[in-house]
Design a protein around this ligand. Structure first.
Ligand code: MG
Length: 255
């Protein structure tokens, strides 16, 4: 666990830029989610995302990041995160996670949402609701004076109380001048540990929740993370900041 001193504190000017960027990203992601339909390939989602991003005159943060070949990550059903857009076609009853990041005025913002295609089963619906709700419960713990792991613990407790599991191998992160900054933000662990949260911290909180076991593996493409048991997984993420006016959710529409 990192010490608080390694977590960068953003200035009010930086916070303002990140807020603007977050609002642009929220609009892009909402429109992208609305455009999804049965029969679409994940490559087509990627093309649509790139168009929406370029139309806003911002840059896709993931394209070429450590060699990632897509503009966004598209993770279907048993795919947890980092799905490479390709030939997989969305079917009625699928869920697809969209992870979208942009660079705005040299600052990074990051968000993710999981969307049902057509009519999804009741357990999948519950998975989406629990994952999104766990994100907001984590965000509710992100306030000055709390410990970093209060976020982690709130997510885990709620997810497990609902019979699902939280992914251990991938975590949230600080964000700002870089896509991934300190601290790492696990979605599990005991409360009241790690650095004390302070005003000016900007965090990407991102629970990844599995319907079955928490174990994951990476496919031979070197990117796509899937559940070991092949059961579905959902992912929601917001970039948030601890500000003088309270905690702001930058990547929420009208946040
Ligand atoms: Mg992220």
């Amino acid at each position: 666990m990192k010490t608080a001193s390694s977590i960068s504190i953003k200035t009010p000017q930086e916070i303002a830029i990140l807020h603007e960027g977050g609002q642009i990203l929220a609009a892009i992601t909402e429109e992208l989610a609305r455009s999804l339909k049965e029969g679409m390939t994940t490559r087509e989602i990627d093309r649509q995302a790139e168009k929406l991003i370029r139309d806003q005159a911002v840059l896709p943060a993931f394209q070429g990041y450590r060699g990632f070949p897509g503009c966004v990550c598209t993770s279907v059903n048993e795919e947890v995160v980092h799905g490479i857009p390709g030939d997989r076609r969305l079917k009625d009853g699928d869920i697809v996670s969209l992870d979208v990041g942009i660079i705005y005025k040299n600052y990074y913002v990051d968000t993710a949402v999981t969307v049902g295609i057509g009519k999804i089963g009741s357990l999948l619906k519950k998975l989406l609701e629990v994952t999104e709700r766990s994100l907001y419960l984590g965000i509710a713990q992100a306030r000055p004076g709390n410990h970093l792991s209060d976020i982690s613990h709130a997510v885990q407790v709620f997810v497990e109380a609902n019979g699902f599991s939280v992914v251990r191998d991938f975590v949230g992160h600080g964000i700002g001048r870089n896509l991934h900054e300190d601290p790492e933000i696990p979605n599990f662990g005991p409360a009241h540990e790690g650095p004390i949260l302070k005003e000016g911290m900007v965090l990407a909180i991102e629970p990844m929740v599995n319907m079955g076991g928490w174990q994951t593996k990476v496919l031979a493409d070197g990117w796509t993370v899937v559940t070991q048991d092949g059961k579905a997984s959902a992912h929601f993420e917001h970039t948030i900041a601890l500000t003088a006016e309270g905690t702001k959710i930058f990547t929420q529409t009208h946040g």
